[in-house]
Write a protein of this length. Sequence first.
Length: 33
Amino acid sequence: MEQHFPNLPSQVPQRGNALSRALFKKLFLAQGW
């Protein structure tokens, strides 16, 4: 699932797991993954 992020890895460090997960979930729902 980490390969679906084109240009987010550099802006999503391991410090913000909650924020990253929230953004990923929003992206998944928006893109329909």
